[in-house]
Design a binder for this molecule. Structure first.
Ligand SMILES: Nc1nc2c(ncn2[C@@H]2O[C@H](COP(=O)(O)OP(=O)(O)OP(=O)(O)O)[C@@H](O)[C@H]2O)c(=O)[nH]1
Length: 527
């Protein structure tokens, strides 16, 4: 195993991809990553298996011959969609180009019945091989895939049924494949962006952190186009602004450095001239001691007076110069402080809350705009829920702030497990969270929130009581000094009306949440 850190492995991987001029596809990224990390290679595209299948297929007519050629080419290109199309074309089903449709397939050739079971088995195996390439997010697609596999392997299934299932599956597959290729494209763009900017990232942790956090958030499954798009958008923004601000900071630092260098030179000049002066004084003293007449003293005195005047002039000049330098240094320092503050502000633009990993306020604003425009375009409902943890202050006081933080993370973890990938979870304030539920009516949204409450009432986390404080929670004792903590929340849910703004809906949800608190907490109220 490599002793490199994950960050070093990722950086080396990106470097290798660039050096070897490989297309930065997920397949290449994974292969290089595994090689750099010293991990065993995982085969993403079962080329060998597919080749064996292709070789086993007979070419009984020119059409099949052509399709087998296409299949061969698609395998060499590692192109799933090409493989699917060639195979379906081969088995006698029309392969639509562009937008697919379950068109009526051409009749099977006369010898179809005899070769049907083998071909169907090959198709079934191909579908199975292809399965991992389509991820597990689309449950309906997977259900349909299982149904098709079952039918392909059932000798009782009629040809008509197989045809119709395959045509339907083909239709769905083309969408799934298209989505996968879009995901890959988005990943590719994201990688490009990182590669381009990685050299410019500051080693300063605060800068780097925001970007790495966003990437980590994006790398969490399920990988959706929406999430990737979000991260790409934000990273571009932050990187652009940081690079700009950083450029200015470097300039300011450079001029500060130059001024300090000039200052030191000047200081050594002063030291040198004062030691010259010192030497002249000593020489004059020696000459004075040896002087025997007034004539001998005259030149010594004149030399002394000249040296003293030069020294005074030098001191005045240096004093003035140093004063102006000090003013310049102070101005530069102020500029640097301003730039630093700006950089910190820009780092904070990453749209995830550092403690819980949920979206932060800014992330929520952007998600709201996006969801609103999507549901309005689709004429679908959108619900917003605002939830607030009950008695959070008491928990903080009894267990300490750190336990309060763990409670916030616990809530987010449970919520994420229970919400759909298309739902948005954001930390709205201290212990307040907002959930956006697209394509969900009020009744359903209420059910989602109540289900989340039930789930929380079953799940606990462990905490120690704060020393010297008698705890108020009714938790059970789990070990000598740890207790099980359960949290509850009160929530308000509002469904957006046709002409309502996000703020107005949030306000209604907030008022409903307030009513839930007033009515005794641990409940959900519809706005
Ligand atoms: N641990 C922790 N506490 C926080 C954080 N943000 C805010 N808080 C605390 O959350 C508490 C909120 O208290 P209140 O607004 O009185 O709400 P509450 O105690 O939950 O009361 P109810 O809402 O009426 O149930 C305050 O004590 C804040 O200091 C955080 O990030 N971590």
């Amino acid at each position: 195993m490599s002793e490199k850190t994950p960050f070093e492995i990722a950086r080396e991987t990106l470097k290798q991809i660039t050096l070897r001029k490989l297309p930065p596809t997920p397949v290449n990224y994974q292969a290089i990553y595994h090689a750099v990390a010293g991990l065993p290679q995982v085969e993403l595209f079962p080329e060998e298996h597919l080749r064996r299948i292709a070789q086993a297929l007979p070419a009984r007519n020119p059409g099949q011959e052509k399709q087998l050629g296409l299949l061969d080419y698609a395998i060499s290109q590692r192109n799933w969609l090409g493989v699917q199309n060639a195979l379906l074309g081969y088995s006698g089903f029309a392969v639509p180009s562009g937008v697919p449709h379950p068109a009526a397939p051409e009749p099977l050739s006369a010898d179809a019945p005899s070769m049907m079971p083998q071909v169907l088995e090959q198709v079934a195996r191909l579908i199975e091989f292809a399965q991992p390439a389509f991820g597990g997010e689309d449950t309906r697609f997977h259900e349909r895939m299982q149904q098709t596999l079952q039918a392909l392997r059932d000798p009782e299934t009629s040809v008509i049924r197989v045809r119709s299932l395959l045509a339907d599956f083909n239709h769905r597959l083309s969408f799934a494949a298209e989505e996968q290729s879009e995901i890959r494209l988005a990943l590719f763009k994201l990688l490009q962006l990182i590669i381009k900017n990685i050299g410019e990232l500051s080693p300063d942790d605060a800068w780097l952190q925001g970007q790495i956090n966003a990437l980590q958030a994006a790398a969490q499954p399920p990988l959706t186009l929406r999430r990737l798009d979000e991260v790409e958008h934000q990273l571009k923004d932050v990187i652009f602004k940081q690079t700009e601000a950083k450029g200015r900071a470097i300039e300011a630092q450079e001029s500060l450095r130059q001024m300090l260098a000039a200052f030191i030179t000047r200081l050594s000049q002063v030291t040198a001239s004062s030691s010259d002066y010192q030497e002249k004084m000593e020489d004059s003293l020696r000459d004075l001691e040896q002087a025997k007449t007034l004539e001998d003293i005259g030149p010594v005195l004149r030399g002394l007076i000249r040296a003293t005047r030069d020294m005074r002039l030098e001191t005045v000049n240096v004093g003035e110069e140093l004063q102006s330098m000090r003013a310049q240094v102070q101005a530069k320092e102020a500029e640097l402080r301003k730039l630093q503050a700006e950089l910190e502000r820009l780092s904070a633009q990453v749209r995830h809350d550092g403690l819980t990993g949920a979206l932060n306020r800014q992330g929520l604003d952007e998600a709201f705009v996006r969801e609103l425009s999507t549901v309005r375009r689709k004429d679908a409902p959108l619900c917003v829920a605002l939830l607030d943890i009950d008695n959070f202050k008491r928990l903080n006081d009894a267990r300490g702030h750190e336990t309060g933080d763990v409670a916030l993370q616990h809530l987010v973890a449970v919520a994420k497990e229970n919400l759909r990938p298309q739902d948005t979870l954001a930390r709205y304030g201290g212990e307040e969270f907002v959930i956006l539920l697209p394509e969900t009516g009020l009744e359903q949204a209420m059910e989602v929130m109540i289900r989340l409450q039930r789930e929380l009432s079953k799940r606990f986390f462990l905490a120690r009581p704060k020393q010297g404080v008698k705890t108020e929670s009714g938790g059970e004792v789990a070990s000598a000094d740890q207790e099980k903590i359960f949290i509850t929340f009160s929530a308000g849910v509002a469904q957006l009306t046709v002409d309502e703004t996000a703020e107005q809906a949030l306000h209604r949800a907030d008022q409903a949440m307030y009513l839930a608190k007033r009515a005794g907490k641990n409940r959900v109220v519809a706005a």
